[in-house]
Design a protein around this ligand. Structure first.
Ligand code: ZN
Length: 475
């Protein structure tokens, strides 16, 4: 029964003919899947494997990617003022594009989107809703989406979520991401609507209020939580202050994204909330609807059905070999992007490339990278040595004082890495203790404490600080 639904979806998604997909048809497939689930129960592992796509065979993968890239480039050459010019200037012929030739096309950066947003709007498109980046790296970029996009993406997400048993009509989803992340909020609410699940959109409100919501409601307490790692950290801290544990929650999965999730914090979330999975996901406004997920062996697997993913040197832009660090460059395929498409978008997210053929995880058929290690523009470089944000967060968040989320700033000075942190972050530990722990991981770092507030500019921004105020608790 499920095989039929999966095949239909795969056919819709492979898009050999390259025309837009009808969101209504995908919504009908969601309804079929719901009926099948109600009758036959959960889908089996064979369905999961079908969903990952035909990517384990390099030849099939290359053929799929070549068709996807040519289809996308052909459309951009026709309708996108920015890419029409870029392709012309660089002698790019869409019909001769191959995965190997991609690195000869200049990547698009966030500053390009910010500088001339209207050049990215496709001719004849009808912008419907805009979503802004809520990242911590400078001026926001604004992405316009068409009605087609905001209907299609949640329908596809609902279908794959149902078939992967990631959401069901019995679920209640609590959403603790910024209310201004319009596309992500809309996506979550619509996925719940299509599946018939409940959703509770709270935003980045004081953690105590979100904790009340996770604890309250008996049979209607949340089973799914969507948030940022730094906000999850505040929730864990709030739960521990209140003395509640796994038996007090109904959460079966926590989805985190947008920041580095450390092993220490992830472990604490398992201990405190008792979910079956703390899911480290990858998503970014500019390259929607391409996403990635972390397998049980800690690799990041991108969804290659939706887009082309490269790992390139963050300085030269050349493809990097297995084992090397690089930035993730993503090209969402047409027809998944319509209104304001990007081509070779450099996310500036740093990963380490893994060998394609040595994976033994449950997603081994889909090429993988390390998890996100930090932003390229925040790398700390000392000669040949490169230290990433994750290197530091993993150690700081593993301190016995449990300083979650890890608030610190890091710079390079006097030929050493300098870590600055508010004194209370260290808790009972001393600066020399932290220095020793960092040295055990091969990191030669000076640690200094700074007064909270006075050196605010040095401390890295966290999404938990996008705080939305409420009137609760004011009187
Ligand atoms: Zn894996």
């Amino acid at each position: 029964m499920f095989q039929t639904g999966v095949r239909q979806m795969r056919m819709a998604m492979s898009m050999v003919w390259g025309r837009p997909i009808s969101p209504r048809n995908v919504e009908r497939l969601v309804e079929d899947a719901l009926e099948t689930l109600a009758t036959f129960g959960a889908p089996g592992d064979d369905v999961q494997q079908l969903l990952e796509g035909p990517f384990s065979d390099p030849k099939v993968r290359e053929d799929f990617q070549t068709r996807g890239l040519r289809r996308t480039a052909r459309r951009l050459a026709k309708v996108s003022p920015y890419y029409r010019r870029l392709f012309d200037d660089n002698g790019i012929e869409p019909d001769r594009l191959t995965p190997e030739r991609m690195s000869s096309i200049p990547a698009t950066l966030k500053r390009d989107l910010v500088a001339s947003p209207s050049d990215f709007l496709a001719d004849g498109s009808k912008p419907y809703v805009s979503t802004r980046t809520t990242g911590t790296t400078g001026r926001p970029a604004e992405i316009w989406l068409s009605r087609y996009e905001i209907e299609l993406w949640p329908a596809m997400a609902a279908l794959s979520g149902l078939l992967r048993n990631e959401i069901s009509p019995d679920d209640v989803m609590q959403v603790n991401i910024s209310s201004r992340a319009t596309a992500a909020v809309q996506q979550n609410l619509t996925v719940c609507r299509l599946v018939g699940a409940r959703s509770r959109m709270l935003g980045v409100v004081p953690a105590e209020e979100s904790l009340d919501s996770l604890l309250g409601g008996g049979d209607t307490a949340p089973t799914l939580l969507t948030t940022y790692p730094s906000y999850l950290a505040e929730l864990v801290a709030a739960a521990r202050r209140r003395g509640v544990g796994p038996a007090d929650f109904r959460l079966r999965r926590i989805d985190c994204g947008g920041e580095v999730l450390s092993s220490a914090l992830s472990g604490a979330a398992y201990e405190t909330f008792g979910p079956r999975l703390v899911n480290d996901t990858f998503g970014m406004t500019e390259i929607l609807p391409v996403s990635g997920r972390v397998c049980d062996q800690g690799h990041l697997h991108h969804d290659l059905n939706m887009g082309f993913v490269e790992v390139v040197d963050f300085q030269t832009g050349a493809p990097v070999g297995p084992g090397a660090l690089g930035t993730v460059v993503i090209t969402p395929y047409y027809p998944y992007r319509e209104c304001m498409p990007v081509f070779r978008y450099d996310t500036r997210d740093i990963v380490r490339r893994l060998p394609d053929d040595a994976l033994t995880c449950e997603l081994a058929g889909v090429p993988a990278t390390s998890r996100i290690l930090g932003k390229a523009d925040h790398l700390l470089r000392l000669g040949d040595e490169v230290v990433t944000l994750r290197d530091l967060v993993e150690v700081v968040e593993d301190l016995p004082s449990q300083p979650w989320p890890a608030r610190f700033g890091a710079t390079v000075g006097d030929d050493r890495i300098q870590l600055h942190m508010p004194g209370d972050v260290l808790g009972g530990a001393s600066a020399s203790d932290l220095r020793r722990r960092l040295a055990e991981r091969g990191l030669d770092v000076d640690v200094s404490t700074v007064l909270d507030g006075r050196s605010g500019a040095q401390i890295r921004p966290l999404r938990a600080d996008l705080l939305e105020t409420t009137f609760v608790g004011r009187n």
